[in-house]
Design a protein around this ligand. Structure first.
Ligand code: NG6
Ligand code: CA
Length: 527
C-alpha cells in the first residue's frame, strides 16, 4: 500500500512542477500539508441525528451542542443538505461509492453478518483519496457488510475481504450497528480483545437465523435486561441489552455500550495524531454510534440533557466532535483540515427500546420544521444537518441554502484534490465543490433525489414523490413514511412541512418531474 501511494504522490508533485505553473518549491509542497489543495479531510458522520438535533439549526432552547455550533460558526452550515436515503446502509453506500444505492439490490439495512456491500470491485471514495496521496481511515459505525459471503465471516481470525480492500489503510469499526451482533470492535479485520489462546471457549459465533443453545435471549429472559425493548431487539443479550441477531462467545471482546463513544473517538484522535506527524495528508471517515439505538451514553452524560437517553446521546456526540476539533487545534492542523459534519439519515425517537426518549422529548423537535423522520420519504428522512469548515477557504459563519447531496462528496473531493474520475467511477456524483466549500450558497445541485421505499426528486424547491404502495405510517416508530398511491407534489419554499399536495393542481409540473426522475433512474446522474 505504502509504495504505490508514495509514487503517486511523487508523480503528481512532478506533474505540477513540469507544468511550470508554480516555482520549484511548489513541487515539494504538493506532498506536504502546506499545499492548500490537499488539506486533511475529516468526515464526521452521526447516526440518526436529525436536522433539529443541533442547536445551531434552530434548537438553542432545547439542546446544547456547543462544539457543533462552533464548527458552524467557523464554517458554512447547510440548510438544504441531504443524505441519499433515509436509512444508514444505503446512505453510506452513496457516500463511499458516489452512486445512488437504489440502483443496486441488497443495499437495504444490513444485518451484522452481511457480506460486503461496497466490494473490492467498487471504486470508492477512500481509494480515490489514496490515489491522491492520502492515508485513509474508517473509524466507528460501518454497516456496509464484511467478507465475501453473508454469515461466513471468520470472526475469530481475519475478516476478509475488508476495509483495506476498498481503500481504507486503517480501520477500527463496529460491523453494523450497536443494536446488531456481533457486539465487538474490529481493527484492521481482527476482533479487538479476543484472547483465544488463553480462552479458546470464547470463540465468536454469529447467527441471524437461530439462537445458540443455552444462551439467554431478550425474548425469553427479559429479567436479564437493563434496557427493555419496545419493539424487536429481543435476540442476543449483550451488556444487559437485547440485540438483533444471535451471538455467543467473545467474552473479553464485547463492547460496553456506555464506552463506545469514548473508544471510537479515542481511535479517531489517535489516527489524527499519528498522521499529523506524517508528510502525507489524511482522510478520516469517522462515524459515531450516537444517536442510534440502543442509547446508553457514558455516565458523565446521563441526565445532562433533561431529555433522557436520546438527548444525552446528542451531548455525547457533541463531545466527540469537540475532541476531534481540539485535537486538530492542539496539533496546529485545523487550518489545513476540511471538516465535514453530517448525519446518515433523519431522526427517530422510539427506534425499539424503552429509553424514555418519547416521554422526555418535551419541546425538542429532532426533525426541525420538516415532516416525517428516519425511514420517511418526507423531508425529515434525508434533510440532515451538514456543516463544512476549512478555515481561510470556506467563509465563516454563513448559512447555505444551496441544494446539496452527500452523493456529491466523492466527485467534489476528487475535484478538490485534483483527481480525475474514471468512466463509471462515482456514477451519480457531481463536482459540487463550490457548494461544499460555501461559495455557491444559493443554487447547488440541479435536483436532489431522495430514497425511502419510493423515490422523490426536488427541483427549485418543488418536490415530487413517486407513487408507491408502501405503508403511509410506521406505527412502531410513529413516523409518517410519506408513501401514497397518488403522486405527491410539494412546494417546499412555501410549504416545507409538506402539508399541501399540489399534484392535482399542477399536472404538468408533476409530469416534468416524473420524467426527470425517470431519466435519472435510467441513466447515471453524474453529467
Ligand atoms: C431497524 C431496527 C432499528 C434500527 C434500524 C436501522 C428493529 C425493530 N428496528 O430494523 O432499531 O436498527 O433497523 O437503523 O429491529 S440504521 O440507522 O442503521 O439504518
Ligand atoms: Ca442511521
Amino acid at each position: 500500500m505504502k509504495h504505490p501511494k508514495l509514487n503517486l504522490t511523487l508523480l503528481s508533485a512532478l506533474a505540477v512542477g513540469a507544468a511550470g505553473t508554480q516555482g520549484a518549491g511548489a513541487a515539494a509542497k504538493t506532498k506536504g500539508k502546506t499545499n492548500p489543495q490537499k488539506p486533511n479531510v475529516v468526515i464526521i458522520l452521526a447516526d440518526d441525528l436529525g436536522f433539529g438535533d443541533i442547536a445551531c439549526n434552530g434548537s438553542f432552547e432545547t439542546i446544547a451542542t456547543p462544539n457543533v455550533d462552533r464548527l458552524a460558526a467557523q464554517g458554512v452550515r447547510f440548510a438544504n443538505a441531504h443524505a441519499t436515503a433515509a436509512t444508514s446502509t444505503p446512505a453510506r453506500y452513496s457516500i463511499l461509492t458516489g452512486e445512488y444505492a437504489w440502483r443496486q439490490p441488497g443495499t437495504g439495512i444490513a444485518p451484522g453478518d452481511a457480506a460486503m456491500i461496497v466490494t473490492p470491485e467498487h471504486r470508492t471514495l477512500p481509494e480515490m483519496m489514496q490515489r491522491a496521496g492520502y492515508t485513509t481511515a474508517a473509524v466507528g459505525k460501518w454497516h456496509l457488510g464484511l467478507g465475501d459471503r453473508a454469515g461466513e465471516q471468520d470472526w475469530n481470525g481475519v475478516v476478509t475481504p475488508g476495509l483495506r480492500d476498498i481503500g481504507f489503510d486503517y480501520s477500527y469499526i463496529m460491523a453494523a450497528t450497536a443494536d446488531r451482533v456481533p457486539c465487538v470492535y474490529i481493527e484492521n479485520g481482527r476482533v479487538v480483545g479476543l484472547d483465544l489462546e488463553n480462552h479458546p471457549e470464547d470463540s465468536i459465533h454469529v447467527s441471524y437465523n437461530k439462537p445458540f443453545p443455552g444462551e439467554p435471549t431478550g425474548r425469553k429472559n427479559p429479567e436479564l435486561l437493563k434496557l427493555q425493548a419496545s419493539h424487536g431487539h429481543d435476540m442476543a443479550i449483550v451488556n444487559g441489552i437485547g440485540r438483533i441477531g444471535y451471538m455467543t462467545g467473545g467474552g473479553s471482546a464485547l463492547w460496553v455500550d456506555e464506552n463506545i463513544a469514548d473508544t471510537i473517538t479515542e481511535r479517531a484522535v489517535r489516527f489524527i495524531e499519528r498522521e499529523a506527524a506524517n508528510e502525507e495528508p489524511f482522510f478520516l471517515y469517522f462515524c459515531t454510534n450516537d444517536v442510534h439505538v440502543p442509547r446508553a451514553p457514558h455516565e458523565r452524560f446521563v441526565g445532562r440533557s433533561g431529555m433522557g437517553a436520546r438527548g444525552d446521546a446528542i451531548l455525547q456526540f457533541d463531545w466527540s466532535v469537540g475532541r476531534i476539533l481540539e485535537t486538530l487545534d492542539s496539533l496546529g492542523i485545523a487550518d489545513n483540515t476540511l471538516v465535514i459534519l453530517s448525519s446518515d439519515n433523519g431522526p427517530v425517537v422510539d427506534d425499539g427500546y424503552r429509553d424514555r426518549a418519547v416521554e422526555l422529548l418535551g419541546e425538542h423537535r429532532p426533525w426541525g420544521r420538516f415532516r416525517g423522520g428516519k425511514y420517511s420519504i418526507f423531508e425529515a428522512g434525508t434533510r440532515v444537518p451538514a456543516i463544512a469548515r476549512w478555515p481561510k477557504h470556506i467563509p465563516a459563519g454563513r448559512v447555505s441554502d444551496a441544494a446539496a447531496s452527500q452523493v456529491d462528496w466523492f466527485a467534489s473531493l476528487a475535484a478538490l484534490v485534483g483527481e480525475e474520475l474514471a468512466e463509471g467511477e462515482a456514477p451519480d456524483s457531481r463536482d459540487q465543490l463550490a457548494v461544499w466549500l460555501g461559495r455557491d450558497r444559493k443554487r447547488g445541485r440541479a435536483h436532489i433525489v431522495e430514497n425511502a421505499g419510493t423515490l422523490s426528486i426536488t427541483v427549485d424547491g418543488w418536490k415530487y414523490i413517486a407513487p408507491s404502495g408502501g405503508a403511509a405510517k410506521n406505527h412502531e416508530v410513529n413516523i409518517e413514511l410519506g408513501n401514497s398511491r397518488e403522486p405527491q407534489l410539494y412546494n417546499l419554499t412555501e410549504d416545507m412541512g409538506e402539508r399541501n399536495n399540489l399534484a392535482a393542481q399542477y399536472p404538468e409540473r408533476v409530469a416534468r418531474l416524473s420524467a426527470l426522475l425517470e431519466e435519472v433512474r435510467t441513466t447515471n446522474d453524474r453529467r
